[in-house]
Design a protein. Structure first.
Lengths: 345, 306
C-alpha cells in the first residue's frame, strides 16, 4: 500500500497541520448473490484542514461510496475494512451515538440532488433549525434567526421570507443553497459535497460553486468535492485524486493532474473534455465501458480500454507509485509517460 | 460539541434589518387550504349539523327511546313524532338520533384505535424492515384474508355487548388496513434522499421516524382513515342489521333498518330514513377526508398571495 506525501508547494501555507481526515487502506464490499462487489479497494488518502480535495471518476468508480462510508451511511450488510481517522478517532470504530454526534456537526454532507434532499412537508427554515438543534442547545427562536442568517450567507434573497417557504417553492439552485446553509449550520470541520452541482442547470452550477467557496472561506472547513466534472475541479480544488474501478489511480496537486499527469486514464479523461477552441467537431471519448466490479479483468482494470496497454499489464494490478512531490500514479507504464503538458485538442 | 449560535464568524445579522417573526406554521397553511376546499367544507358542515341534531334534537323532541306507547304505534311523521313511531309506539326520531350517536362514536373510536395501532405497527415494519417487517407483513396478510364478517359475528356475539367493546372488535380487524398503507408509504419514504440527508445531519432513528417519515405518511393515512370510518359505520350497521351489534332495547342505525325491513312495502320511509342517515354520514366523512388529503399535501397549490 503506497502512502502519499504532500507537496512542498503547499507546505508554505499549511506546514504543521495534522491531517483532519486520514483514510487508510479502505476496502468496501457489497455482498450480492453473485459474490462480493468490491466498490472501494485499497483507498488511502488524507484531507488537511481548510483544503479542498477533489475526487474524480466515472459513475461506479467508488467515489460516492467512499464518501458515504466516511459518514457511515452505508447499508447494514456492507463489508468494510481499513480505518478512517478523523481528528485522531477511528470513525469505523465509533458507536452509533458517537457517530451521530459527528454527522452534521463535525462532518457535514451536501447531496447531489437538492430537489429530493429536502423534506417536502417542512419549511426550509425549520429544516435548518432542526439541523442546528440536533447538535446545539439553543432555543427555537435563536436557531430560527441563525437559519435566516445562514440563508442570507449562501445568497438566498429575502431570507426572512424564504425561510418560511417550503422546498417546492424553491428553484433547484436555491434549494442547493439551502442544503449548503444546512450543511454549514454547525460549522463542520469537513464538508463532503457529493456532486453538488450535477443536478443543476449549467448557469447555476458556477454560482453554487462560488457559494461553496465562500462558505468554505468563512468557516475554514475542509472540503471533499466529489465530481465527474473536471472543469469544476480545475477551478476549485487544491488537490485531486482520480478513481477508476474502485481504486485510486492518480493523486496530486491540481497542476500535477491537469498539466503533468502520469496516468493513461487521467489523460484519457482530460482528452475527453470538449474544447471550445478545437478545430475538430468530434469528442475523444474513452472507448468501452468501466469493468464489472464483480469480475474485474486480470491485472490493471483499465487495461482493456487503455491505448498504452502492454502484455505485462494483464499480469498484476499496478501499485500506486510516487512520481513527484505529493503526486502518485498507479500504472505499470508510468515511466514511459513523458511529462509534457497534456494536449486537450 | 455545540458551537454557539452567536459565534460572530458567520454572522451577517448586521446585513439584515431586524430578524424575523415566527413563520406561518404548517398547520395554519393546511387549515387555509382546507377551508378553501368546497367539498370538504360541505362534508364538515354536514357532519356538524347531523351530529348536533343527534344530540340537540332529542332534547327538543323529548320522548323516551325505549318506552312502548302502544296507543301511538306505527304513526307517520308528525309534529309530535318527527320520523313517526315503530310497532310498539317508540319515537323513531329519538331512536334514529340515538342510533346515529352510537354509529358515529363506534366509527370514531375504532378508527382512532385502528389508526394508532396501524400507523405505529406499519411504520415500524416499513422503517426497520427485516424480521420486524416479515412478521408484521404476515400478520397483516393473515388478518386481511380472514373473512371479516364471520370473525366479527363470533366476536360480537361473545364480546361486543357494549358500544366501546364493539368498537374494539371492529378496530381489531381494521387496523391492518391502516398498517398496510402506512408500511407501503414508509417503504418508499425511507429511501428518499431527505431521510439520508437527515441521517447525515446526525438525526437519530426515532427522530427520523417521527419527524421525517411519519409526517409524510399523514396524507395517505388520512384518506385511509376517512374511508375506514365510513366502512366501519357501514360494517357496524351490517352487524346490527344481523342482530349482532348493540343489544335491544338500545338501537343503532343498522338495527333500525332491520326492524323496519319487514314492513318495507307499506312503509318504505321507515327503512329509508335510517338508511339515508348512514349514507349521509359516510358521504360527509369521505368528503372531509378528500379535503384533508389536499390540505395536508404541502405540494398542493398554496393559496397565499405570493
Amino acid at each position: 500500500m503506497a502512502s502519499v506525501t504532500h507537496s512542498t508547494r503547499e507546505r508554505g501555507r499549511i506546514v504543521t497541520t495534522e491531517p483532519l481526515l486520514r483514510v487508510d487502506g479502505l476496502e468496501v464490499g457489497f455482498p450480492s448473490k453473485s459474490g462480493v462487489l468490491r466498490a472501494v479497494t485499497d483507498v488511502s488518502f488524507e484531507v488537511r484542514p481548510g483544503e479542498t480535495l477533489a475526487v474524480v471518476g466515472e459513475s461506479g468508480s467508488g467515489k460516492s461510496v467512499t464518501a458515504l462510508t466516511i459518514m457511515r451511511l452505508h447499508p447494514g450488510s456492507t463489508r468494510i475494512s481499513g480505518s478512517i481517522m478523523f481528528e485522531g478517532r477511528n470513525l469505523l470504530a465509533l458507536g452509533d451515538k458517537d457517530m451521530r454526534a459527528v454527522r452534521g456537526n463535525e462532518i457535514a454532507m451536501i447531496f447531489q440532488d437538492p430537489m429530493t434532499a429536502l423534506n417536502p412537508v417542512f419549511s426550509v427554515g425549520s429544516q435548518i433549525v432542526e439541523a442546528i438543534r440536533i447538535h446545539q442547545d439553543v432555543s427555537k427562536q435563536q436557531a430560527w434567526n441563525r437559519a435566516v442568517e445562514l440563508l442570507a450567507l449562501v445568497g438566498v434573497p429575502e431570507p426572512k421570507r424564504r425561510a418560511e417557504q417550503f422546498p417546492h417553492e424553491y428553484s433547484g439552485g436555491m434549494r442547493q443553497r439551502a442544503m449548503i446553509a444546512m450543511a454549514i449550520s454547525n460549522e463542520p470541520k469537513l464538508l463532503i459535497a457529493d456532486e453538488p452541482t450535477t443536478a443543476l442547470d449549467v448557469t447555476v452550477q458556477a454560482q453554487v460553486m462560488e457559494v461553496l467557496h465562500d462558505v468554505q472561506r468563512a468557516t475554514g472547513s475542509a472540503m471533499v468535492l466529489i465530481t465527474h466534472d473536471l472543469g469544476l475541479v480545475a477551478g476549485s480544488a487544491d488537490r485531486v485524486q482520480v478513481m477508476y474501478a474502485s481504486r485510486l489511480v492518480e493523486t496530486g496537486g491540481v497542476d500535477d493532474i491537469f498539466y503533468r499527469s502520469r496516468n493513461p486514464y487521467t489523460r484519457a479523461l482530460l482528452d475527453s473534455i470538449p474544447d471550445l477552441l478545437a478545430t475538430t467537431d468530434r469528442l475523444d471519448p474513452i472507448p468501452g465501458n468501466p469493468p464489472s466490479l464483480l469480475n474485474p479483468p486480470s491485472g490493471c482494470p483499465f487495461r482493456p480500454r487503455c491505448q498504452m496497454a502492454v502484455e505485462h499489464c494483464a499480469e498484476s494490478v499496478p501499485e500506486l507509485v510516487v512520481v513527484g512531490e505529493g503526486h502518485a500514479s498507479r500504472c505499470h507504464r508510468t515511466a514511459d509517460i513523458e511529462v509534457t503538458p497534456v494536449e486537450t485538442s | 460539541m455545540a458551537a454557539t449560535v452567536d459565534s460572530g464568524r458567520l454572522s451577517v445579522a448586521d446585513a439584515l434589518e431586524g430578524l424575523s417573526e415566527q413563520p406561518k406554521s404548517f398547520g395554519r397553511l393546511a387549515w387555509e387550504r382546507f377551508i378553501h376546499h368546497r367539498l370538504a367544507l360541505i362534508g364538515l358542515i354536514g357532519l356538524v349539523i347531523i351530529v348536533a341534531s343527534f344530540f340537540i334534537g332529542p332534547m327538543i323532541n323529548d320522548h323516551p327511546f325505549d318506552k312502548p306507547d302502544v296507543l301511538n304505534r306505527l304513526q307517520g311523521p308528525s309534529r309530535e313524532h318527527w320520523f313517526g313511531t315503530d310497532e310498539i309506539g317508540r319515537d323513531l326520531f329519538v331512536r334514529t338520533a340515538r342510533g346515529g350517536r352510537y354509529s358515529i362514536l363506534i366509527g370514531l373510536l375504532s378508527a382512532v384505535v385502528a389508526t394508532a395501532v396501524g400507523t405505529l405497527v406499519g411504520a415500524a415494519a416499513g422503517y426497520f424492515g427485516k424480521a420486524v417487517d416479515a412478521v408484521v407483513a404476515q400478520v397483516i396478510n393473515l388478518v386481511l384474508v380472514v373473512p371479516g364478517l364471520i370473525v366479527l359475528s363470533v366476536f360480537a356475539l361473545n364480546f361486543g355487548s357494549s358500544w366501546w367493546r364493539l368498537s374494539l372488535v371492529l378496530a381489531a380487524i381494521s387496523w391492518v388496513r391502516i398498517a398496510r398503507v402506512a408500511r407501503g408509504v414508509v417503504l418508499s419514504i425511507k429511501e428518499q434522499d431527505y431521510v439520508m440527508a437527515a441521517r447525515a445531519a446526525g438525526a437519530s432513528h426515532s427522530r427520523i421516524l417521527f419527524r421525517h417519515v411519519l409526517p409524510n405518511v399523514v396524507g395517505a393515512v388520512t384518506v385511509e382513515i376517512t374511508l375506514l370510518v365510513g366502512s366501519i359505520i357501514v360494517l357496524e350497521s351490517t352487524l346490527s342489521f344481523l342482530g349482532l351489534g348493540v343489544r335491544p332495547p338500545d338501537t343503532s342505525l343498522g338495527r333500525l333498518v332491520a326492524d323496519a325491513k319487514g314492513n318495507i312495502d307499506n312503509d318504505p320511509l321507515r327503512v329509508l330514513t335510517p338508511g339515508l342517515v348512514i349514507v349521509f354520514i359516510v358521504l360527509c366523512v369521505n368528503f372531509l377526508g378528500d379535503g384533508l388529503r389536499d390540505a395536508l399535501d404541502p405540494r398542493a397549490r398554496s393559496n397565499r398571495d405570493d
